[in-house]
Design a protein around this ligand. Structure first.
Ligand code: NDP
Length: 407
């Protein structure tokens, strides 16, 4: 596993809890001390799995190759940042390793994500007989598997898909992001995008919003965003007439985000800054990226867990033609408590809902259930064994048939 952040910590705990499947495990990241800390915490919690750790810069293919040739992993779980997807895929190809991630590639200098960069690896993975599993977190990930499950069991034709993501938690901070702040703010400040009648429709950032009612939570203002799973789902389910993604934000969060943008702190280009030298002997001109600097002063998402109350609720609201030829609606979702996630892994619910599916995806691969040479989005695999594990591994799901979807 590469990365030692919030999501990686949860995945590591869950891997240690499933030591019958994961027999040899290594955590490698930019800073080895963070990997060692995760291992300490896992052992303190009573899990016995022997876990190796290593330092690696995942931007450097040669370093990755040296590590993979030494440890010889069957599968590399990429839980670093989207910037590293391609270097890790290159190293996997060079060393004969299979690959899994939770977020699609983004270039550092452009706030733009799409699958084309990773789909360009399809032939190479297929020819090498290697499997790459893309987007195996919650969204993308479980939401795509929920859609595959609905298509397999409940619908002849899925026509309308709305993915709804609510975080009704309270971490008692004025402003914090629930996963890597740089990636999160880049995602939210982009233009919105959805699929309708065979084409993409663009909106201004956060332009479209409406109240949606979430189970056990109630109504929350939900904003239409561009989200990566829509890109592959409309290809894999061509009967979809409209596909959208909604995420809740509170007024306080949006107020801070607006100020951050207005004062230029969400910029991703370099600005020159005259900084005092650490030894006090003068000043030097340095280049900083405002958004990266902002990340350094914002709360670390990994430290939010302790006082986090409330829960997340993420699911798919689907309308289409059922197996009986009549129109039906279907809502499949999971609610996850921040506190329960923290008590189990020391991390909050957003890391939990991403790290658990990453582990389950790895389990599907290791058990031979999801092994198919090429580069695949998760909805291309059998959803059933994955859905069964969600219930066993801490993310139980619920269904509402023929309810009011509000959309
Ligand atoms: P964090 O920033 O907490 O963790 C990222 C980790 O990667 C850190 O340990 C970091 O090192 C390490 N890292 C960064 N750059 C490198 C590098 N060049 N070489 C080696 N290691 C590196 O992020 P999160 O845990 O919150 O998120 C992890 C991933 O999960 C992201 O890609 C995010 O987009 C994705 N995600 C997916 C979701 C989904 O539902 N699909 C939801 C939430 C997140 P260091 O500790 O030294 O900074």
């Amino acid at each position: 596993m590469i990365g030692a952040g919030g999501v990686a910590t949860v995945a590591a705990f869950k891997i240690a809890q499933n030591a019958d499947v994961f027999t040899d495990f290594m955590i490698a990241s930019r800073r080895k001390a963070k990997c060692d800390k995760i291992v300490d915490d896992i052992h303190k919690a009573g899990y016995k799995l022997d876990i190796k750790t290593a330092q690696v810069d995942a931007d450097d293919v040669e370093q990755l190759k040296a590590l993979f040739n030494d440890f010889k992993p069957e599968l590399v779980i990429n839980l670093a940042l989207p910037y590293q997807d391609l270097t890790i895929m290159d190293a996997c190809l060079a060393c004969g390793c299979n690959y899994l991630d939770t977020a699609n590639y983004e270039p550092k200098d452009e706030a733009h994500f799409e699958y084309s960069w990773q789909w360009a690896y399809r032939d190479r993975f297929e020819k090498a007989g290697l499997t790459a599993i893309l987007g195996c977190g919650f969204d993308p990930g479980v939401t795509s598997i929920f859609t595959a499950y609905a298509a397999k069991h409940h619908f002849k034709e899925i026509q309308y898909l709305d993915i709804v993501d609510c975080n009704a938690g309270d971490h008692h901070k004025a402003f914090a992001t629930n996963f890597n702040p740089e990636i999160n703010i880049r995602e939210i400040t982009q233009k919105g995008l959805y699929w309708e009648n065979g084409q993409w429709v663009e909106t201004e950032p956060l332009e479209i919003h409406k109240d949606l009612t979430y189970p056990e939570i109630g109504p929350r203002d939900s904003y239409l965003l561009h989200h990566e799973e829509i890109e592959s789902l409309v290809i894999n389910y061509p009967t979809i007439k409209r596909a959208r993604f909604w995420m809740t934000f509170g007024q306080q969060y949006l107020k801070h985000l607006e100020v951050i943008q207005n004062i230029g702190m969400s910029r991703i280009d370099e600005v020159e800054y005259e900084a005092p030298l650490a030894d006090g002997t003068g000043t030097a001109k340095v280049k900083i990226v405002p958004l990266q600097f902002l990340k350094a002063v914002l709360p670390n998402p990994q430290d939010l867990g302790e006082n986090y109350e409330g829960q997340t609720s993420i699911g798919c609201r689907i309308r289409g033609i059922g197996n009986d030829g009549k129109e039906h609606t279907y809502y499949v979702y999971n609610n996850c408590s921040h506190r329960a996630a923290y008590e189990e892994t020391g991390m909050q619910g957003v890391s939990y809902t991403t790290g658990v599916p990453a582990m389950i995806g790895a389990m599907m691969f290791c058990k031979g259930l999801w092994s198919k040479p090429g580069v695949h989005n998760v909805e291309e695999f059998d959803p059933d064994p994955f859905m069964e594990q969600l219930n066993k591994q801490g993310l139980p799901w619920h269904e509402i048939h023929d309810g009011d979807l509000e959309l």
